[in-house]
Design a protein around this ligand. Structure first.
Ligand SMILES: *Cc1c(COP(=O)(O)O)cnc(C)c1O
Length: 353
């Protein structure tokens, strides 16, 4: 029975369903549960999408997409492959490199999709739990026999904790010669990448997404950066037309207008840092410093599920987690300054309730 694994992945709640449940207008929901760009996609993207035509299949070689991505990432065309979201790149890497039963190391709490995709591919997930501070436990990594796993998946910044992987930790793992899939979905917010490490480590595969800073989550576009031979093999197994013409057009328009996205990025980072500061001022809240566009926090006193529900009842959609061995947390995406003002107010009243 394959059905058991299909229950693992709990995607973010849809604002449409929440609005229906609360009996309010969908537009008034403040959506802070999926780390999307609060400014929406660029006007130039909308314009370009309206003009493009869609009756022909997209280019299965992804030539133009890769040219644009190559300009953006500063890496050779041969090292790139685009996917229907970073999610697809992660799946394709697993399918290319691993066979059923192979063991894959992850560091929970981490992106829940990893377990989902490992289950779907009949792989065995092996966990090294993070410390109480939700950081990778170096002591455990150092004493772990890395020859017993075929792939290690690390997100940096990590979702949901927001921390970057330490260079020394990554080096230890790469030096063991095992394949590492480094998920840099939030690279733009942290401005830290390990891309150059690929010069010394052909076993390092990087994936990124256009869903977060670029504001294109609904069009599904991500990419992988890897050693050219691996990229070539991935091209052979990808669905031929995995990137829609709409996604390609949106990418082109976004990269042509990168300066606007960069201005948004500055605002988001400023808003994040202000939010973090304000969260640390609320007594009995523990917030985790984040290099991404979200912040994880928990009340040390109140029931976090109740806080989440309170926010929901105010039309504020955040993400509730109850991690095995770690307990309950709430993750809030960094929205506009105005949205964060409202969020902060409602959270404060939930705490005073
Ligand atoms: C959002 C996210 C992704 C995937 O994004 P796509 O929308 O599939 O491109 C991948 N990894 C992490 C850690 C994420 O948070």
């Amino acid at each position: 029975m394959k059905n058991k694994i299909l229950n693992i992945y709990q995607a973010a709640e849809s604002p449409f369903l929440l609005a229906k449940r609360l009996g309010i207008n969908e537009a008034s929901i403040i959506k802070l549960n999926a780390n999307e760009n609060p400014y929406g996609c660029l006007p130039s993207v909308q314009k370009r999408l309206a003009k493009a035509s869609y009756h022909q299949y997209p280019d299965h070689t992804q030539r133009k997409i890769k040219e644009y991505l190559s300009g953006y990432t500063n890496c050779a065309l041969e090292k790139l492959i685009a996917g229907s979201g970073a999610d697809e790149i992660i799946d394709l890497v697993c399918r290319l490199l691993l066979k059923p039963g192979d063991r894959v190391l992850i560091f929970p709490p981490c992106f829940p999709y990893y377990e989902h995709v490992l289950g779907l591919n009949n792989l065995t997930s092996v966990s090294i739990n993070r410390t109480n501070q939700l950081l990778i436990d170096d002591e455990q990594v150092n004493s772990f026999d890395l020859s017993k796993v075929s792939l290690v998946i690390i997100a940096s910044p990590n979702n949901p904790s927001g921390d970057l992987v330490k260079s020394s930790t990554l080096k230890t793992i790469l030096d063991a010669g095992v394949y590492v899939l480094l998920d840099e979905a939030y690279y733009e917010f942290s401005k830290v990448s390990c891309q150059e490490w690929q010069l010394n480590y052909p076993n390092l595969i990087i994936c990124r997404t256009l869903s977060k800073m670029f504001g294109l989550a609904g069009l599904r576009l991500g990419y992988g950066i890897m050693e050219p031979n691996l990229a070539k093999q991935l091209h052979k197994i990808k669905p031929p037309y995995n990137i829609t013409i709409a996604a390609e057009e949106a990418l082109i328009a976004s990269i042509d207008d990168l300066s606007i996205l960069q201005q948004q990025l500055v605002k988001i980072i400023k808003t994040r840092d202000l939010l973090f500061h304000k969260l640390t001022k609320i007594p009995e809240i523990k917030a985790f410093k984040s290099e991404a566009n979200f912040i994880l926090f928990k009340s040390l006193k109140k029931n976090n599920q109740e806080i989440y529900n309170f926010l929901l009842s105010k039309g504020i959609l955040t993400r509730f987690y109850d991690f095995p061995k770690f307990g309950a947390y709430i993750r809030v995406s960094v929205g506009t300054a105005e949205q964060m003002e409202i969020f902060h107010q409602e959270l404060s009243s939930a705490m005073n309730n």
